[in-house]
Ligand binder design. Sequence first.
Ligand code: SIN
Ligand code: CO
Length: 380
Amino acid sequence: MTKVSNSRLSLLGKRTHRSFLSRHWHKEALLVRGALAGFEGLFTREDLVTLAGRDDVESRLVVRTGRRYTLEHGPFRKAAFKSLPERDWTLLVQGVNLHSDAADALLRRFAFLPYARLDDLMVSYAVEGGGVGPHFDSYDVFLLQGFGRRRWRYGRQDDLTLRPGLPVKILRCFAPEHDAVLAPGDMLYLPPTYAHDGVAIDACTTYSIGFRAATHTELAQQFLDYLRDRVELPGRYADPDAKPTGEPARVGAAMRRDAVRTLAQVRWDPATVARFLGTMLSEPKANVYFDPPEAPMSRAAFAAAIRRQGLRLDRRTQWLYDDDAMYVNGEAWPWPSAARTALAALADARALPPSVAASLGVGVIKFLHEGYRDGFLHIG
Ligand code: SIN
Ligand code: CO
């Protein structure tokens, strides 16, 4: 299968990132022929079936019979694929970037957009006629064709009503404006809520580079969770002037006033929000576990090794930053003033060359050594 990390060809045809963002991003679909020339995908059918058998990988199987669809969630035993019909089914494997360096490298080619927006790489394998049906997604997506061909019909439409009673989201009316067959290396960008339907012409794989954006309600709920763990208000309700009541079931006005006054003391400022945002966005997905080295080097040996070989982030590490702090896998860290530029470069490029690693002071080495011992980053 193709290696993508060294390809120098533009993903967006002749467009610059700037012109793509201003003309297409969130606005118009874009079909790029030969976005990754020579790309045939990173995984075989067998690789995907193996991934779909793991319980730390999210996978789904969609089978179509006429206008009806069935949906099953993995993990799947290999034998399950032997009893499937010859056509009209597709296997979807989510988050493959967490399990393969080549898949992570493919996802990172979209780093002209912030990591905080990049969600995951999903790969689907479909046999002839397979697909998930006409639907829309709430997020932006790039659909990159691996091996085989797939016919995509797509377009903007106002009526996004779904057919009731189906296990998958299927549009009641589908009125595509465009119709195109994607061959290996072709790529289709679709803005959120664009209607689309991809049907395999022959056995094929599609790589979906997905983005994420919290709804305002999700953001608020997560912020309230964050505050809940940090809120501390002194005192407790007291009623030293209590009088006898003839309505013991009533919640009294004094108690209500006290609650209003107390809750008005729950405050936050932009710094609280920034810290919440950084930790929330860098939180690893639920099924992520890091593998610490079995025989970790001492700090001195680690320092010598990164001076020689540099270091790189584990593909599962989420390392973000803002002006105030760094956010590593859900934890906030103050910037070490002497190494701010180097660590921002590490977060952006996800690797640090030996020459820069050699310039790091003792405090930063200690911090990085702990990350290495936890499996967040690696030598080389
Ligand atoms: C697929 O790969 O079959 C589904 C991708 C999508 O429609 O978002
Ligand atoms: Co879709």
